[in-house]
Design a protein around this ligand. Structure first.
Ligand code: IVH
Length: 672
């Protein structure tokens, strides 16, 4: 612990150093030495000190990983040299052809190669100046990418700065560029999709799509929650490879504290590379992330330069791609599953088939459009693929003389298979849904959503408890939560007097939460946190919202025809109206403060920067939003005004560069 007598500057820096050390142990080396709680304590100390001494906040402080401010689109940035892709091979023969070409073009046969895992994410460039991360850029079209710095900063395995001595020791200059792969580990992917399912959002098909979607998030807070990982595999200086061997590059990156994949190997010919490929074909099942092949790179930079590249891929590297793990089996039936939002998903029931070591019994068919695209019928033989996807999927129908076609066409049921309510398909939408709020299939997920931290914040109401409550019929809808007694809880497994009282207190406390949370908690399709807030401000009561028509709903900020329709549909169902009545009886907060947002600044976007004197940032933001304007975190061409306080830095420069209007606090008051 830093001694009390140290000045805050030193104290903060020594704490930051500790945090960086433990971050590296945890995120890069996978060998934590302290508990998460102790780590959080260190972080809190820095946060506290920074709150006391805002002037000591630096861009590379570990606290600055989490941004949180929504931003407009992303700024385009040119790469220092093209970000190339790789040519693919699918067989040993093709691989040996490639080796032959390398031999011919270079005129030598003693070529060393480095074998690396081909990580299934997206490539990303990191620009460091004076050892500090200044920019993270997506590949884009290879020549021009997007500036995703704020999101990249939230990735723990990306060093925000590298100490000078460390760079020196590793032989890396202070200004350099790292390229590597950004990816979402399978566990994070699974967790994210489960949460999205609960929230009624569409699911990402695989970790690669999820990575791309996450790094292009406008809110870096969201990126931070999703736990992306980054492996480095290139080091450039002025757009050119820096070391004379690729193997040295990887070792140097490693030494400087970058996360470099440890499953790499320097080999002396393609026979050895082939052995590496074969080994990983099996072993890849046990990796915590997806790989789709092996990359083989010529080790010597001089030789790489000699070989050059064709089109978009280097001649000095090649990807060997593994075949998708697939199997052929009979589709015996198609059943329908109901999710929290009532979405009906057709699921293929398969004759059990072993794919990549796992027995697969069912596979998703996503929706009716997908069934149409595949042309699949019950009784067909199908090819099933298992990728990084959560659930295996039906890839195609097999049509040949050994595999006769099925005959039964699947149709979406007209009634929910669980509760029997008529199923609805909104015009222009792919999915069919059950709109009964009391449908038991939706119940479990609905309650978990209602009780979650961002909604009614009922701490302790997790999976296990909700399972018991719903299975025993103690809770049939969210209103039942407020009827539960201590005796009810004590009748459950693993529930003592103290825990029972705690959860009862939590439930009671939730009644005080504002109207917007209750609206959000109802799980009305397409009504997220922000929309719920606008609805609450506009209507001021659940009663007014319940009886609102499409037109009035559409006059609410950010509510379009589809959301309006979804709300009307929800309140059109008697069971839902009854539920609200019971929440009212239970004493939840169903009225709120009406708030008229002005229209004076409607459509205008502001960026606040520097130190404001007359009001805090939050106050200024509130004033702008009250007048209908929007406040974002970074300056782009779409910004209308930059409000610059004292010591405004890069955002002010950016505004000037883009010709965005800059005003001071007085100017802002004037506009308001
Ligand atoms: S090297 C010129 N190494 O695969 C060198 N790429 O299909 C190009 N990838 O765009 C990249 N793992 O996103 C390299 N160990 C690895 C890789 C890797 C995954 C990705 C990368 C690239 C794509 C090409």
């Amino acid at each position: 612990m830093a001694a009390k007598s140290k000045d805050p500057d030193q104290k903060i820096e020594s704490l930051r150093e500790k945090i960086r050390h433990h971050e590296r142990l945890y995120y890069v080396l996978d060998q934590p030495e302290i508990s998460d709680a102790d780590f959080d304590k260190l972080m809190q100390q820095v946060k506290d000190l920074e709150a006391e001494h805002p002037d000591l906040i630096t861009a590379d402080s570990p606290t600055q990983r989490v941004g949180g401010k929504p931003r407009e689109g992303f700024v385009k940035i040119a790469h220092s040299s093209p970000m190339l892709s790789l040519d693919n091979t699918y067989s040993e023969e093709e691989l040996r052809d490639w080796e032959r070409r390398v031999h011919e073009l270079s005129g030598r046969r003693d070529v060393d190669y480095v074998c690396e895992l081909k990580l299934d994410g997206m490539s990303l460039a990191l620009i460091y100046e004076d050892g500090k991360l200044v920019r993270g850029i997506t590949r884009g079209d290879g020549s021009i990418g997007e500036d995703v710095t704020l999101n990249v900063r939230t990735v723990r395995s990306v060093p925000l700065s590298v100490p000078k001595e460390k760079l020196k020791k590793a032989g890396i200059p202070p200004d350099f560029e790292v390229r590597g792969e950004l990816l979402m580990p399978l566990a994070a992917f699974k967790r994210m999709n489960e949460e999205r399912e609960r929230k009624g959002l569409s699911l990402f098909a695989n970790p690669r799509n999820a990575t791309a979607g996450t790094v292009r998030q406008l809110e870096s807070r969201v990126t931070a929650e999703r736990r992306l990982d980054y492996f480095s595999y290139m080091l450039l200086k002025n757009g050119r490879t820096y070391f004379d061997r690729h193997s040295k590059t990887l070792d140097a990156l490693d030494a400087a504290g970058f996360k470099v994949n440890q499953s790499r190997k320097l080999v002396h010919n393609i026979d050895e590379a082939w052995t590496f490929i074969r080994q990983w074909e099996e072993k890849r099942e046990s990796l915590p992330y997806e790989i789709d092949g092996i990359v083989i790179k010529v080790d010597r930079t001089a030789l790489q330069d000699e070989l050059g590249f064709t089109g978009k891929a280097p001649r000095w590297a090649i990807a060997y791609k593994y075949a998708a793990r697939a199997g052929i089996t009979k589709l015996e039936d198609i059943r329908v599953q109901v999710g929290r939002t009532g979405k009906l998903t057709p699921v293929a029931m398969l004759a059990p088939v072993l794919i990549g070591g796992t027995t697969v019994r069912n596979a998703t068919l996503h929706n009716m459009d997908e069934i149409g695209r595949l042309g699949v019928k019950i009784g067909d033989w199908v090819q099933v693929e298992r990728g990084g996807d959560v659930i295996p999927k039906v890839a195609k129908v097999i049509e040949d003389k050994d595999h006769p076609r099925g005959t039964r066409t699947f149709e979406m049921p007209e009634k929910c298979p669980v509760c029997g309510t008529k199923v609805v398909r909104t015009e222009g939408e792919v999915d069919y849904r059950c709109v009964n709020a009391n449908c038991p299939a939706k119940l479990r997920e609905t309650i978990l959503h209602f009780a979650s931290r961002g909604v009614m914040n009922i701490d302790g109401m997790g999976d296990a408890l909700v399972n018991q409550l719903t299975e025993r019929g103690l809770v049939k809808n969210v209103a039942d939560l407020y009827k539960l007694t201590k005796a009810d809880f004590l009748s459950l497994e693993r529930m003592g007097d103290k825990s029972a009282q705690n959860i009862l207190d939590e439930i009671a406390n939730s009644k005080k939460l504002p109207l917007e949370r209750v609206i959000y908690g109802l799980g009305i399709r397409m009504v997220g946190e922000r929309t719920a807030q606008f609805l609450s401000e506009h209507f001021g009561s659940m009663e007014a919202l319940e009886s609102a028509g499409i037109e009035e709903l559409q006059s609410v900020n950010e509510v379009g025809p589809r959301i309006a329709e979804s709300i009307v549909e929800f309140f059109g169902i008697a069971a839902n109206r009854k539920l609200i009545g019971r929440l009212r009886e239970a004493g939840l907060t169903l009225t709120g403060q009406k708030k008229q947002r002005g229209s004076k600044l409607a459509g205008k976007t502001f960026v606040l920067t520097g130190t404001l004197v007359h009001f805090t940032r939050d106050e200024a933001k509130q004033m702008i939003e009250d007048a209908g304007g929007k406040v974002t975190g970074s300056v782009s061409k779409k910004t209308d005004y930059v409000v610059a306080g004292a010591d405004a830095g890069s955002k002010l420069d950016k505004a000037k560069e883009l010709g965005v209007k800059v005003i001071d606090e007085k100017g802002m008051k004037g506009i308001l």
